[in-house]
Design a protein around this ligand. Structure first.
Ligand code: ADP
Length: 633
């Protein structure tokens, strides 16, 4: 069986990934000018965005980071039908200085108006200065002629102060440009992600000098928010659930009303006394987030978006077809063009990136669509090529980039593997009773060894229990429940009379769980029967109540982690055999054994002498229907 996986791997690494696509480098690819045409693999989302743009509807996008949500929102702004964009100005209110006046004018006019006011103020200032000079000279002349010096000096000082006092009032009358647009520009795209209330809804700055001629006039302290700057365009907010409920409530009001006054957001600031007239904010909302975002979102806001717009789910992967590989090549060309500094990729480099795209998809016959990370890899590879003064980026640069551009999770996982080695927590040789090397995934792209130990003792109480902590408790209970029937029939030992202790060694938070269930089951069987487990074997797989080994995620990363730690044999679910895309350097280091049933797991993992009798009985049992017993009942 191990051969099947090796064969798959060999075939994959020999395969010409660009077959039939005659290009020698990424420089031959033309990048479409429109952003919407640059999006790859999200056909459904693209269609929704096109529709929503023509009808000016809101959109909610759910999906993983780096799959193109903000790119699509930006693309939507480009697609919006041309409507007249506006400039927004704020004027002082002479009757109530705390209620500044809002005016909208055609795009581009705002700047002219402010400039005209400034010119006017400058002209007055000039006149005033001239007048002042004339008066001062006049007084000096008068003093010279009449000899009344004291009177002259007093008069000059008085005039000087009076004119000084008048100066700020002139400047205070100049309106402030809140939102400015170019006359023929595309609709604005504003990213309001992570904004605090002030940045989102607008704010009025605090004025430390609130009187005495030094104060800044109220209208001059008014600042537009993202909702106002996106007037006539798109407001994009990622991780929408992280906005405070108060901000979400205000956002909803802004959406409904199409205008929202600006007031100081911090209560104790002098800005809180100021409240402008209504400021227009007719924007299209593109809200984004992962599945959690739906829960954290204000229900009224969500239903508003749903009722007046579309919801779309972003894909994580796309089928690995020749057509999609071509799109992937175009993606590489796009990233190179956008970066503008890195050299083009030759054919070998393109092939290597596509192979990495297959690996990262974590799924048989698919390419990843977590393209922000792929873009990162492309840039690092390009930077390495540039540093070396290479004309083209090659496969070698991509491979180097893969080792240096590791995600935080990968770096932590490597550190962790190193550390458990230091403390000798990892045992990868010899045999032990009740100890199994499980495998887990950390983050989304790195694996690690997860040793599990089990100990069985006669129960002190009437009923035995499964003793484990936290996350492990559920997994342990479930796996033990699933093997309890098999165990009872075979051994005559009812685990309901025993306490089963299970522990993950050196565990840390964030370990993904149910794929450990065959490991837990193996550890428990080993402990009950006293049969040692080979420690150079690691395993991953989920367990059904019938003892079938079910598929799990992240198989490639887990195998690579096992190989790195010095494991010789890795047991994986048969259904995952096609997902294995480990790097060449690991291929000779481990033997991969796909299995379909717990019995096969035991066959590989348990030490031969003692296991035969056990397995013979087990085989007989497997033919009969089994019923699970609940250890906790
Ligand atoms: P998200 O908003 O989903 O986190 P982004 O839209 O910010 O992701 O994506 C970051 C970058 O990754 C984009 O600027 C683009 O270069 C690249 N990218 C992501 N998804 C796609 C895609 N579907 N097609 C082309 N490029 C993409």
């Amino acid at each position: 069986m191990a051969e099947t996986v090796s064969n798959i791997l060999e075939k994959k690494s020999e395969e010409d990934v660009l077959q039939g696509y005659e290009i020698s480098s990424s420089s031959e690819i033309t990048v479409p000018p429109k952003l919407i045409d640059q999006v790859i693999g999200q056909e459904n989302a693209v269609e929704v965005i096109r529709k929503a743009a023509t009808q000016r509807r809101h959109v909610m996008m759910i999906g993983n980071p780096g799959t193109g949500k903000s790119m699509l929102a930006k693309a939507m702004a480009e697609l919006l039908p041309k409507e007249e964009l506006k400039d927004i100005l704020v004027y002082p209110n002479l009757e109530d200085s705390n209620n500044p006046i809002i005016r909208t004018v055609a795009a581009g006019r705002g700047k002219q108006i402010v400039a005209a006011h400034k010119a006017e103020a400058a002209k007055r200032k000039q006149m005033r200065n001239t007048l002042m000079l004339l008066l001062v000279f006049g007084i000096i002349g008068y003093a010279l002629i009449t000899g009344q010096w004291l009177m002259g000096i007093i008069a000059a000082a008085f005039i000087f102060m009076a004119l000084q006092y008048a100066r700020p009032r002139e400047e205070a009358m100049i309106p402030k440009l809140l939102v400015s647009n170019e006359p023929d520009a595309v609709a604005p795209f504003i990213d309001g992600t992570g904004s605090h209330a002030g940045a989102l809804l607008g704010d009025v700055r605090h004025d430390p000098f609130q009187s005495g001629g030094l104060e800044t006039p109220a209208h001059d302290r008014v600042e537009a928010g993202a909702i106002h700057r996106s007037n006539g365009g798109v407001l994009f907010i990622d991780e929408i659930n992280t906005l405070t409920p108060h901000s979400q409530q205000n956002l909803l009001t802004a959406l409904q009303e199409g205008e929202f006054p600006i007031t100081g957001q911090s209560e104790r600031s002098s800005g809180a006394m100021v409240r402008t007239e209504d400021v227009p904010c007719r924007f299209i909302m593109v809200a984004a987030g992962n599945m959690d975002a739906m829960q954290g979102m204000h229900p009224a806001l969500r239903s508003r978006i749903r009722g007046y717009g579309y919801e779309v789910y972003m894909q994580d992967t796309m089928p690995d077809t020749p057509e999609n590989r071509k799109k992937f090549v175009r993606f590489i060309a796009q990233e190179i063009k956008n970066d503008g500094k890195i050299p083009h990729f030759d054919r070998t480099a393109i092939e290597e990136v596509i192979r990495e795209g297959q690996r990262r998809s974590n799924r048989k016959g698919h390419l990843t669509l977590k393209l922000r990370d792929m873009g990162g890899l492309i840039r690092v590879a390009g930077d390495i090529a540039r540093q070396e003064g290479a004309e083209m980026t090659t496969a070698e640069h991509v491979l180097k980039a893969k080792t240096s551009a590791r995600s935080i999770e990968q770096q932590i996982s490597d550190e962790y593997i190193g550390r458990i080695r230091d403390y000798d927590l990892s045992v990868v040789t010899g045999t032990q009773v009740g100890r199994v090397n499980g495998l887990a995934v950390m983050g989304s792209d790195s694996g690690s060894i997860l040793p599990i130990v089990a100990e069985v003792t006669p129960s002190q109480a009437a009923n035995g229990s499964v003793i484990a902590t936290g996350l492990l408790k559920e997994i342990a209970k479930e796996s033990i429940q699933n093997v309890s029937a098999i165990l009872k029939k075979f051994t005559g030992k009812d685990i309901r009379n025993m306490d089963v202790h299970v522990q993950f060694i050196g565990t840390y938070s964030g370990v993904e769980g149910d794929s450990a269930s065959i490991s837990v089951a193996t550890a428990v069987i080993s402990a009950i029967e006293g049969i040692p487990v080979k420690q150079d074997v690691a395993m991953t797989g989920s367990l059904s109540v019938r003892g079938d080994v079910l598929p799990i995620g992240g198989v490639t990363y887990k195998i690579e982690a096992a190989a790195k730690a010095g494991i010789k044999t890795v047991i994986i679910p048969k259904a995952n055999a096609g997902d294995v895309l480990i790097e060449d350097r690991y291929q000779s280091m481990v033997e991969i054994v796909p299995v379909g049933h717990i019995e096969e797991v035991l066959e590989v993992a348990l030490v031969p002498q003692n296991r035969e009798v056990f397995l013979d009985k087990l085989k007989k049992l497997a033919a009969e229907p089994v019923k699970a017993l609940d250890p906790s009942s």
